[in-house]
Ligand binder design. Structure first.
Ligand code: AHQ
Length: 235
């Protein structure tokens, strides 16, 4: 079996992170404290659609995965987001982030603020996990691997610039500081184990490129729907 060099493969995966969505102008404005209340609310309400679909994406991977060892660890992601009882989990924490930002649970659950570009990007991600080989869907989650400081930088920005949000509402980001590295370490192990040939490795890189486009497209759609005051002049 042809085994490409591991370093070259990780380098190719990392190169995808150069297009990482943390470089998107909307995230840049967020981290510089330049977003308005309405822009923050629009981002939280639209990202809720992404968060509530993550467990279904992960369940699709479980359904397609024949490896019990992988399933044993992958299922933790569903518990992280759904929790195991009322009041627990990432989806609940995101609802509390929304409430702290002035949104109601109802307007997040009923998706009234979800813009077409976000819906299409998120639905494409879930469909990708349902229809592509399970290892490619695992590889697509590696966008979290190369941005460990993304969440820490965002948390610091919210605490510093968006003090009108009750800090208790930021619990979601704090939980991701430990969950995301744990999850992506497992995903990288799986991808390294199962992507040995140049073709398998090329498809893993393509899956990560697709997922970077999913995240980028979401931010384009949110940015367009919630322009900042400085942008309104040329909207
Ligand atoms: O909050 C995020 C999250 O729960 C997940 C799950 C993971 C996946 O399975 O694809 N990806 C992901 C991401 C979350 N937050 C995004 C952000 O910018 O806040 C980043 C996103 C990702 O990197 O894929």
């Amino acid at each position: 079996m042809v085994v490409s060099d591991t370093e070259g493969f990780i380098g190719a995966l990392r190169a995808q992170s150069q297009r990482y969505h943390s470089r998107h102008p909307f995230h840049a404005m967020m981290n510089e404290g330049r977003l308005s209340r309405r822009q923050i609310q629009g981002w939280v309400a639209n990202r809720f659609y992404y968060q509530e679909n993550i467990p279904r994406k992960d369940a699709a991977i479980l359904a397609n995965c024949p490896d019990r060892e992988v399933r044993r660890r992958w299922i933790r992601r569903i518990h992280d987001h759904d929790g195991t009882a009322d009041g627990e989990g990432g989806i609940e924490a995101w609802l509390r982030l929304g409430e702290a930002a002035g949104l109601t649970r109802e307007e997040m659950w009923d998706e009234r603020h979800v813009v077409p570009g976000v819906r299409f990007a998120v639905d494409a991600y879930v469909t990708f996990a349902r229809t592509r080989p399970w290892v490619e869907a695992v590889a697509s989650s590696l966008t979290e691997l190369f941005a460990p400081d993304l969440m820490a930088e965002r948390l610091a920005a919210f605490e510093r610039f968006y003090t009108w949000i009750d800090p208790a509402g930021l619990a979601y980001f704090r939980a991701r500081l430990t969950q995301a590295p744990r999850d992506s370490e497992h995903a990288l192990e799986v991808v390294m184990e199962h992507c040995r040939t140049p073709d398998e490795q090329a498809r893993a890189v393509a899956a990560l490129s697709f997922k970077s486009d999913v995240l980028w497209s979401m931010l384009d759609a949110i940015d367009r729907a919630y322009p900042g005051s400085s942008q309104q002049g040329n909207a």
